[in-house]
Structures are given as structure tokens and as C-alpha cells.
Design a protein around this ligand. Structure first.
Ligand code: GLA
Length: 376
């Protein structure tokens, strides 16, 4: 009897603790409001996640991180991501062909698939091409260009999309969930997916960061915890090599200004028009670990990127040329921002020795990336 009573008390205590824990956890204010409509009339919502000095706004169109406000070392707030003021800006920029993908969720397959083709379980699949001979970021009808179903969750928003079997050329009905939460300066992105047919999946977020909130990122100091990278050919498709960064302009194992070596006479830099490569992370794949750090000496802002993914695409905004007018009509100049896209390696479905991106029925794709902001 006494034992049962004690057990009951413990159980009640646990329930109470869980309840308290839940309320204690909900630190961030989450609100939503209309963010315009797509040309076809589909309404788009925008979720605002605010936690004191930090604020993230996420659109249901493309799951786009529209703005991300963080304080500098003096407490002055700035928006540290590129984008547009309204949904019309994103729609106008989107053309399905090598778009800028500002802030968007990328799927089903982040980065390139050579010749838009791969073989899975003995069957050949062909994808629409949108980057010369190749398919980039899920092709012309990727996850960046759909309206996700959204619901508020503790400290954030959860987005859901069901991509049909054969959509954008990929096999299997794929149910994808992306959960954004913001707690203190940590923007956490949790991606999940299940399928009913063997498929490939590689999701990421394509935010363009500028920790100064203006100008270019050439003086941002970057650290990448990676001893190797995957060199590319002229179409930016990996050659299959895992090359040591040692003694190359790709060695960011110690903090180095992005612009310090970007114009070096290096074949890989010429091919990428700057940095646009996948680094092989030193951490054990599947375990959340720090992959990168960016420090802006002018504002004191620090961005740490944590992920459980095996790779990270560091893209130095090489295709920005001032032709895109972003927020407030400001032209997005060359190297106006950098992307750190946590991912599986580009073109993995055609490289059996790269970590596999296959997802089978009954399995769950699940990965976490945290963009963690602070100052120094
Ligand atoms: C990725 C690619 C780049 C470029 C951008 C979007 O980072 O690797 O080549 O296409 O996306 O413009």
C-alpha cells in the first residue's frame, strides 16, 4: 500500500514537473499574421518568434526566414539576413532557374544532382534541370516555392508539406516537417521526413547572413571545422575527390577573413567564382557538433553553426551582382552575404562513396541545425 502511495506521489510529481517544465520552456512569443498572397491567390502567413533582443520572422511560403534581428555588442539590433520586404519580392525574384533562394527551405535535394539524373534500386530517375545541365536545390519546383502548412509550437512554428510521388521527378510520397524555434539567440531548425517508396532526401536552409547588417562579408572571420572539402568541376558538381584543405585557400580551421584569399589564383576558386563548395565536417556525422563560426569584428556579432550533418556548403554570395534589390530597395552587391548550408554532400545519389541520402519506407529522416547568435 505504502509503496503504491509513494509511486502515485512520484507520478503526480512528475506530471507537475512536466507541466512546469513546459511553461518554463515557453519563453518565446509566437504570433502570426497575413503576409500577402501568391499570384494564384494562395494566402501566405508570417510567423514572428520574439525572445527579448532576438526576433525571427518565418513565412509559410518556402519556409523562408524573412528577417532575423540580433543585437550587436552594444545592444543595437540589426537584421542579419538578406531577403525582401514582402511576399511579392520573393515571388518576383523566384524564376525556378538558379534563383537566389533567400532564406528558404531547400528540398527535396539541396545543391546539385548531375545531369538531373540518378539510379535508385535499379531504376533511373530524371529530374527537371534548372542549372545548366544539372538540377539545383530540388529543381524548378522545389520546397522553396510552395506554401507550407503551419502551426505554432512552443517557442516556434512547425511547417509541414506532403510532396507527392513523382513530384519534381523524385520517387515516393514524402511527408516533410520543418520546425523552427528561437530561444535566446538560438534559431534551431529540425527537419524530419518519411516516405512510402525508397527515395533520396537532403534538406537545408538557404539563409544569407551578413552579421554587420550591411555592406559585404569579406571582413567576416570564418572558422570551418573541416579538414577536407569536395572539389568541383565547371558545373559545380563534385569530382568525387575528398581533398585536404591544408595549404589551400580552403583551410578555415583557424578564423580567417572570408576575403583574405578569395581572389587567390586557385582553380577551385575560379570554378566557384569564389567559395561555393562543400566542406567535409570533422565531427562524427549524426552527432550535433559545432561546424562553423562567423565573427564580424565591426559589430561584434558571432554566429555559431551546429549540425549533425556530414557537410556544409559555404557560399560567399558570388552570384550576387547588385541586380537584386532587397529590403528597402537596397541592391544586394557581390559578397553581400554568406550562406552556411548544412547538408549531405552535393550529388550524393551519384557518388556511392559519399554518405548515403537514401530514405526507405519505415525510416525517419531527422536532422538538426542550430544558428546560434551571440556577441564578443
Ligand atoms: C548554392 C549553390 C550556389 C548558388 C546558390 C544560390 O549555394 O551552391 O551555386 O546556386 O545556392 O544562388
Amino acid at each position: 500500500m505504502r509503496v503504491r502511495e509513494a509511486a502515485k506521489r512520484i507520478a503526480i510529481g512528475a506530471v507537475l514537473l512536466a507541466a512546469v517544465g513546459m511553461t518554463a520552456e515557453a519563453k518565446t512569443k509566437v504570433t502570426s499574421q497575413p503576409f500577402g498572397k501568391l499570384p494564384a491567390g494562395t494566402p501566405v502567413e508570417i510567423y514572428t518568434l520574439s525572445d527579448g533582443a532576438y526576433e525571427a520572422r518565418i513565412a509559410t511560403y518556402g519556409g523562408i526566414v524573412v528577417s532575423l534581428k540580433t543585437p550587436d555588442r552594444n545592444g543595437k539590433s540589426a537584421d542579419v539576413v538578406l531577403g525582401f520586404d514582402d511576399v511579392d519580392g520573393y515571388v518576383a525574384n523566384f524564376n525556378g532557374l538558379s534563383d537566389a533562394y533567400f532564406g528558404a527551405i531547400i528540398g527535396r535535394y539541396a545543391n546539385r544532382i548531375a545531369h538531373g539524373s540518378f539510379t535508385l534500386d535499379g531504376q533511373k530517375y530524371s529530374l527537371p534541370k534548372n542549372n545548366g545541365e544539372n538540377t539545383l536545390h530540388g529543381g524548378p519546383h522545389g520546397f522553396n516555392n510552395i506554401v507550407w502548412k503551419a502551426k505554432p509550437v512552443v517557442n516556434g512554428v512547425e511547417l509541414r508539406y506532403r510532396s507527392k510521388d513523382g513530384e519534381a521527378g523524385f520517387p515516393g510520397n514524402l511527408t516533410a516537417t520543418v520546425r523552427y524555434t528561437l530561444v535566446k539567440g538560438d534559431l534551431r531548425i529540425e527537419y524530419s521526413a518519411t516516405t512510402d517508396k525508397t527515395t533520396v532526401v537532403n534538406l537545408t536552409n538557404h539563409s544569407y547572413f551578413n552579421l554587420a547588417g550591411q555592406g559585404d562579408i569579406l571582413k567576416h572571420e570564418l572558422t570551418l571545422h573541416a579538414s577536407r572539402f569536395t572539389p568541383v568541376d565547371a558545373g559545380l558538381i563534385p569530382t568525387g575527390q575528398w581533398k585536404a584543405v591544408e595549404s589551400t585557400p580552403f583551410d578555415f580551421r583557424k578564423p580567417t577573413a572570408v576575403g583574405a584569399r578569395i581572389n587567390s589564383d586557385d582553380t577551385q576558386l575560379h570554378l566557384g567564382r569564389g567559395y561555393d563548395h562543400n566542406w567535409v565536417l570533422d565531427s562524427k556525422s549524426g552527432q550535433l557538433a559545432e561546424a562553423a563560426e562567423v565573427y564580424d569584428p565591426s559589430s561584434g556579432r558571432v554566429l555559431k553553426v551546429l549540425t549533425d550533418q556530414p557537410g556544409i556548403q559555404f557560399y560567399s554570395g558570388n552570384f550576387l551582382d547588385g541586380s537584386i534589390k532587397g529590403k528597402g530597395g537596397t541592391p544586394d552587391v557581390l559578397h553581400a552575404a554568406l550562406c552556411l548550408e548544412t547538408q549531405h554532400f552535393p550529388d550524393s545519389p551519384n557518388h556511392p562513396d559519399f554518405p548515403s541520402t537514401e530514405l526507405k519506407p519505415g525510416e525517419r529522416y531527422h536532422t538538426v541545425t542550430i544558428y546560434s547568435f551571440s556577441t564578443r
